[in-house]
Design a protein around this ligand. Sequence first.
Ligand SMILES: NC(=O)c1ccc[n+]([C@@H]2O[C@H](COP(=O)([O-])OP(=O)(O)OC[C@H]3O[C@@H](n4cnc5c(N)ncnc54)[C@H](O)[C@@H]3O)[C@@H](O)[C@H]2O)c1
Length: 271
Amino acid sequence: MNDTAPAMLVTGGASGIGAGCAKRFAAAGYRVMIADIQDEKGVRLAAELGADARYVHLDVGKETDFEHAIDATVAQWGRLDCVINNAAIVGVIGPLAETSLEEWDHAYAVIQRSVFLGTKHAARVMQPRRTGAIINIASAAGFVAGYSPHAYSTAKAAVVHFTHSSALELIEDNIRVNCICPGNIETPIHTGVTDDRWLARMAKIRVAQQDDQPLPRFGLPAEIAAAALWLASDESSYVVGHALTVDGGLLAGRPWRKQAAPMRVYHPAKS
Ligand SMILES: NC(=O)c1ccc[n+]([C@@H]2O[C@H](COP(=O)([O-])OP(=O)(O)OC[C@H]3O[C@@H](n4cnc5c(N)ncnc54)[C@H](O)[C@@H]3O)[C@@H](O)[C@H]2O)c1
């Protein structure tokens, strides 16, 4: 074990983008704490990654779990250089009239309030060392309505603005806070299941949706992890409070091939 290697914690690290980050950071030499509520999957991934990876149970809805997980990481690795606030759920789906207050509050607790808690407790141990990177996984849905349910979209918009707001405070202690806004990424979150059935369901969703975006394929967790690794590194030392879209062009607009025919065919210069 390399005692001087940087250490990171990723919430929701047992699956999808979080697991992709755990793998990418481990490959880059980080010591990795995988935090999740899917204990079996998390333990398995930590074992797969070897001696420099551990798993801790962390429900991002609970402040005491954050306190414990952050302290356990520092106890394990002696330092904490990067926290990725990644865990989330789709949350309540459907019309406003059919949405209960409990469902709305639960979605916000897991998607948005969790980022406040993760940032608060990461900063608690990073501030005395006056160094660290906090990376929030927001969403392209936080910029444009209509891609996701009401609570998810608006909670993700709040994650983007919380990134700006918290970055201003924490850069005073040399802690850089940024967020990544993924487009459609191949993970179980699209499928409503967490077991192996997700792959078969994903195959259908992929075919139905991928042609609606400029780069006509879903992204991979590794492509988000690569952006996260850059934001955690000194290569991005002047990047503060930034929302980085990694979305295959989704937020840029309609795919060229789907634009009205006159835009493509009857351009005066070509006719
Ligand atoms: N997949 C996409 O297309 C996409 C697009 C934009 C943003 N995102 C965001 O990326 C992040 C990761 O999602 P994913 O796509 O990898 O989905 P995923 O379902 O594969 O992973 C989410 C992980 O979060 C964990 N989790 C859920 N509730 C939790 C809780 N209360 N406490 C701790 N962990 C909890 C799950 O167990 C799971 O391991 C989320 O913030 C999601 O909103 C995903």
